[in-house]
Design a protein around this ligand. Sequence first.
Ligand code: DPM
Length: 320
Amino acid sequence: MSVSSPSRPIRIGSRKSQLALVQTYWVQETLQKHFPDRSFEVHTMSTQGDKILDVALAKIGDKGLFTKELELGMLNQETDFAVHSLKDLPTNLPEGLMLGCITERENPADALVVHSNHQDKQLDTLPAGAVIGTSSLRRLAQLRHHFPHLAFKDVRGNLNTRLAKLDAGEYDALILAAAGLQRLGFSDRIHQVIPTEISLYAVGQGALGIECREGDTEVLSLLKVLEHRPTAQRCLAERAFLRELEGGCQVPIGVNTRFEADQLVITGLVASLDGQKLIKDTVSGLPATAEQLGLELAQRLRQQGAQEILEAIFAEVRQG
Ligand code: DPM
């Protein structure tokens, strides 16, 4: 291989799902605008998570379910970087790869989407036994805690498939990320933005994470135009928190981060699947110490029994 010439095309790896493509095309367009003399190509790939649609996510349990194939593409020099929903990117990356940039976060909240029968209802007024579709243990545990009158059922598939199942009456409501609905043009289906007191969001939710080869200075310098520093500080704190608790993507762990004056504030939660136990705490400090804040928060939750909850869940999920 020759030394990379300034004009070589930059190859972007992406999943094929509609949401992934909307996100990747946005990255491609933004870069193209900033670097009109360069060319940016999108290379799509299917990941394990796209192929296995009939098994509950938590039971597959594999970290990197939506990222592994994209990572191999970069390691094999077939692509130069990959665009992910940051919350699907494991906190420990394979040797040779790094998180090159974090983009500006959209609304990180979860949202309630209801069947047309329930247009006049909110989470607290849905009838007893109403069936809520979610595959997220985090959403399940928190909503069970606050709304024990509701029933929960697993739902898989892309956003269109899920909305179709809802409209067909298989569910009374769904819980989905507001950001995903917005990016796909379904903002009008957001019936209630779920307040953070009820559902803390997933680590990295609403932001995109761009993964590239470690030390690829050419790509890293291009990615700088996409970086959003405040989002990155928040998400680095969140990811340090999750990493320290050794949680994968499918764990009942939620966060909320925000800036108050010059302080970065992070609230984190670990919940038992039955919604009975919620362990929650908050720490704050200077944004420059973001990762330490996440770590400190994890240690505090562990002192309050978070590890026991997580171990019980790992055992339960493994047994199926
Ligand atoms: C992860 C979770 C889910 C996705 C678990 C969680 C939701 C699974 C489900 C880690 N990834 O949030 O507790 O409810 O079935 C996913 C979505 C987005 C990225 C869709 C969603 C869009 C929002 C974003 C799936 N990954 O959360 O409704 O880009 O942050």
